[in-house]
Design a protein around this ligand. Structure first.
Ligand SMILES: *[C@@H]1O[C@H](CO)[C@@H](O)[C@H](O)[C@H]1NC(C)=O
Ligand SMILES: *[C@@H]1O[C@H](CO)[C@@H](O)[C@H](O)[C@H]1NC(C)=O
Ligand SMILES: *[C@@H]1O[C@H](CO)[C@@H](O)[C@H](O)[C@H]1NC(C)=O
Ligand SMILES: *[C@@H]1O[C@H](CO)[C@@H](O)[C@H](O)[C@H]1NC(C)=O
Ligand SMILES: *[C@@H]1O[C@H](CO)[C@@H](O)[C@H](O)[C@H]1NC(C)=O
Ligand SMILES: *[C@@H]1O[C@H](CO)[C@@H](O)[C@H](O)[C@H]1NC(C)=O
Ligand SMILES: *[C@@H]1O[C@H](CO)[C@@H](O)[C@H](O)[C@H]1NC(C)=O
Length: 794
């Protein structure tokens, strides 16, 4: 029986192969003939029409025994149960036709060969090729939600989960390599997108991933070893056995490897990426909480006062049964113990109280509630005001309380919590080894969270942005509370390591007040700029404190610090290396058109605003100059060398007087000379000078060529620009007089005027007349959208 069955399959497989090369040269599989199935030679896989609903079919590949779908041609567009066909046309195109009329899917292939074959190989790959010739198309290149052993996930490919257990259409979860070569899982919901693996709040480096291999390829082998070009590797709980396996991105967002020893066996889970499904974004939808225990699985519940939007699909979440008024007198707060919402805070404050935090929340219409977390180490509460109630989790033992904003008089609703019971659970055999290790939270997670969510979050206005950027958030009971001085990805190097990396400090690339900068290659092949600080009289403890603060700073317009070395008397800092060099080397060249200059000015302002106001500590740069502004390959500016000046505390801002003058001649604010208190406005001044240099193409310290060719030795760049402006006050043409001749007439005079006015504002003699860095950002951003759309930033 077994043999004859096998033989039958074999014959069937053969017959389809040869059908293709027969005289008609066309293969047709009909949805109406259940026997029209292509079977692999070993009998393990089958391909054919699979019913997905009433009178709805998809063309799919499945494991023949205990059928498990592993690939679908037309998941989002099932075809009719009548007159639908899969046909291999003479011209080499494989086409799926719905009801004999519409093409819903095709391979878009072409071949002039007379002999084509469509073969389902023993590994589950459906291949269309010229006989003994080249492959025209193969299903392995277009996976849906499953990778089979040997099948590669490559650069253009995404695994996309299905919508549910029974609905094969595209769901919300994706596995793919992102632009920085990291394999990630994304929740791409109806209104919000967010990365949930690797944990968004830890750096790729800390997650053990490498961004430096742009091969972008990952695969599982039949022994259960998975390996990805970003260094992510695992071995299943049953690894090194040669058995059937598949890697599937399930509809619940969990990535799992399933195994079975015999074809007749049930599949069991031999690896999964998340042991707690509540850590997967979007499962319970907005305005709900997720709870999990190993016995009952996952449960979704609506918040009190909310009702579920779609009983059969929790991903839609819950909606309020009430209308919230903006009027502060008409709101009250419902207390929720042990509930935390992750992300989407628009306000954050340490050492807060219920009164302070609720007042903050009541001031904004957008506030949906707030969270007060107890910081164990400090004995104080931290306030997080929420813009959206997403990723809610009920965590027994969570040391925080959520206060949900509800209409007045509705704050005693606890008995009415609407519970969703169990939502979609995946059944699997008990899973023994747990591989997912949640990393300790770190400073960056909030920023990263924000970035990943921003794409979908169009409602975020400017005012929210600055608040967003400034905070981080502790994650759950199992994590340390509070801030962590250094991210896990921030490394301490030994002196010997750095000496090796720089080949004995041989390639000098810069020299500043603080020390000399060398180019080096770290042991993981990353190219770094390594700054060797001058012999410090600073103690190691003090150095570490400062360095750990600098290491926490994370902004796209700041140079990233990867680590440091404090070895004996040696003090070194390790930064990312910028290929394009500094602004100083290219500001005078014609590679910078007016748009780039504007964007660079804006980027610099963002980086500095972050340093001054948005990061955890107030940090003055004190040495802004073109030599300290680096450009990445997209001409995004990155500010370097920050944090080396004394770190400043917001509170004693006004009585701070530096004992020694810092900075560089030509860029220094008058406060230094007159020994006035040093504030963030010294950076604003230096910034203004740099921007003036970018506009005029003239150096602040060089003599000024006037229009009639006579050199002026006594005026500075600032007085020269000011004079030009007052001479022609009210006329845009004053800008023409100062603009860098390299730009010829190719610039937008209005935009350059805005930039020039902002820069002049920044170099006011009196610090109080200068704007803050975030005001500069605001001014430049408000005109940024004037830049024509076709501008591609490069
Ligand atoms: C499957 O899900 C999609 C998207 O939510 C929906 O449009 C479709 O109707 C569903 N199909 C079935 C058979 O439930
Ligand atoms: C990049 O990853 C691929 C696949 O994992 C590997 O073969 C290759 O050696 C890696 N390249 C580098 C430079 O590490
Ligand atoms: C609820 O979800 C199901 C399954 O996705 C869908 O078919 C149905 O249309 C949804 N109902 C509403 C009211 O959105
Ligand atoms: C969640 O609740 C807020 C009010 O708190 C409401 O504005 C929002 O529309 C709800 N989200 C969904 C998806 O219904
Ligand atoms: C909320 O407002 C809408 C429109 O303004 C109204 O139709 C609805 O009845 C209100 N709901 C409640 C619970 O007051
Ligand atoms: C918290 O603030 C109060 C006053 O608002 C102050 O007395 C207390 O010292 C602060 N505690 C900490 C740890 O900063
Ligand atoms: C809230 O409800 C509980 C019982 O559900 C009751 O004991 C308590 O007195 C109520 N509180 C207020 C302020 O109404």
């Amino acid at each position: 029986m077994g043999i004859s069955f096998h033989l039958f399959l074999l014959l069937l497989a053969m017959s389809f192969q040869y059908l293709c090369s027969s005289s008609s040269n066309v293969l047709t599989l009909s949805v109406e003939k259940p026997e029209d199935v292509i079977v692999s030679k070993n009998g393990m896989f089958s391909a054919g029409f699979h019913a997905v609903g009433e009178n709805a079919y998809c063309f799919a590949i499945w494991f023949t025994q205990n059928p498990t779908i592993i690939w679908v041609a037309n998941a989002d567009q099932p075809v009719n149960g009548k007159r639908s066909t899969l046909s291999l046309l003479k011209n080499g195109n494989l086409v799926l036709t719905d009801a004999g009329e519409f093409n819903v899917w095709s391979t878009n292939t072409e071949s002039s060969s007379e002999f084509l074959e469509l073969v389902l190989e023993n590994n589950g790959n459906l291949v269309l090729r010229e006989i003994h010739g080249s492959i025209l198309w193969q299903s392995f290149d277009f996976p849906t939600n499953t990778l089979l052993p040997g099948q590669q996930l490559t650069r253009p490919i995404k695994l996309v989960s299905s919508r549910s257990d029974t609905n094969l259409s595209s769901g919300f979860y994706k596995l793919f390599f992102d632009n920085d070569n990291i394999l990630r899982l994304l929740y791409d919901g109806p209104s919000i997108s967010s990365i949930y693996w690797p944990d968004p709040w830890i750096s790729s480096w800390a997650a053990g991933r490498s961004t430096y291999n742009d091969t972008r390829v990952a695969a599982l082998d039949s022994l259960g070893h998975f390996s990805s070009s970003d260094n992510f590797k695992f071995c299943t709980s049953d690894c090194d056995l040669l058995i059937q396996r598949r890697l599937t991105l399930d509809y619940d967002g969990n990535l799992r490897v399933y195994s079975r020893k015999h074809e007749a066996d049930e599949w069991y889970v031999s690896w999964q990426v998340k042991s707690n499904p509540c850590k997967i974004h979007g499962l319970c939808g907005p305005n709900s909480t997720c709870s999990y225990d190993s016995k009952h699985g996952r449960t979704c519940s609506c918040l009190p006062g909310y009702r579920v939007k779609n009983d059969s699909d929790w991903s839609y979440g819950c909606e309020p049964k009430f209308n919230l008024s903006c009027n502060r007198g008409e709101s009250s707060f419902q207390l929720l113990h042990y509930v935390e919402f992750y992300g989407y805070d628009y306000y954050y404050q340490e050492n807060s109280t219920y009164t302070k935090c609720s007042n903050i929340c009541l001031e904004s219409c957008e506030c949906k509630g707030f969270q007060l977390n107890f910081e164990n180490d400090k004995g104080t509460f931290t306030c997080y005001a929420k813009l959206l109630l997403l990723n809610g989790q009920r965590l027994p033992g969570f040391r925080g309380t959520t206060y949900l904003r509800v209409p007045k008089g509705m704050n005693n609703l606890s008995s009415h919590i609407e519970s969703g019971g169990e939502c979609n659970r995946v059944n699997f055999v008990k899973f023994q080894r747990v591989y997912t290790k949640e990393q300790v939270s770190s400073f960056q997670k909030f920023f990263l969270w924000f970035v990943s969510a921003l794409g979908a979050l169009e409602i975020v206005s400017f005012f929210l942005i600055w608040v967003f950027l400034r905070r981080t958030h502790q994650k759950s009971i199992t994590f340390q509370q509070g801030y962590h001085p250094a991210t896990a990805g921030f490394k301490r190097f030994s002196y010997a390591e750095l000496k090796d990396a720089t080949r004995g400090f041989s390639e000098e690339i810069g020299r500043g007040a603080g020390g000399v900068v060398y180019k080096g290659v770290l042991s993981d092949q990353r190219v770094a700029a390594i700054k060797r600080l001058n012999e410090a009289n600073q103690g190691e403890g003090e150095f570490l404190t400062e360095v750990s603060i600098i290491g926490r700073l994370n902004h796209m317009n700041l140079i990233e610090m990867w680590g440091y070395c404090a070895d004996g008397k040696h003090r070194l800092l390790v930064y990312e290396y910028m290929e394009n060099g500094s602004l100083a080397t290219i500001v005078m060249s014609d590679t910078l058109d007016w748009r780039k200059r504007y964007e660079i000015a804006l980027g610099m302002a963002r980086g500095l605003a972050y340093l001054h106001e948005e990061c955890l500590e107030w940090i003055l740069h004190c040495d802004i100059k073109p030599q300290n502004i680096f450009l990445d390959s997209d001409y995004q500016p990155k500010v370097a060398d920050f944090g080396l000046s004394k770190l400043q505390n917001r509170n004693n801002l006004n009585n701070l007087i530096f004992s020694t003058i810092r900075g560089t001649r030509g860029y220094m604010a008058p406060e230094w000379i007159f020994k006035l208190p040093i504030t963030s406005k010294v950076d604003v001044y230096s910034y203004g000078i740099v921007v003036l240099e970018m506009i005029t193409g003239k150096s602040s310290t060089m003599g000024i060529q006037t229009v009639d060719g006579v050199e002026e030795h006594h005026g500075s760049l600032v007085t020269w620009v000011r004079r030009k402006r007052s001479e022609r006050f009210g006329m845009a043409s004053w800008v023409e007089e100062i603009i860098d001749p390299e730009m010829e007439a190719n610039y937008d005079i209005n935009m350059m005027e805005i930039l020039a006015i902002v820069a002049l504002n920044c170099v006011e003699e009196s610090k109080d007349s200068r704007p803050t860095m975030s005001q500069v950002v605001e001014m430049l951003e408000s005109h940024e959208n004037v830049i024509p759309r076709d501008y591609d930033g490069s």
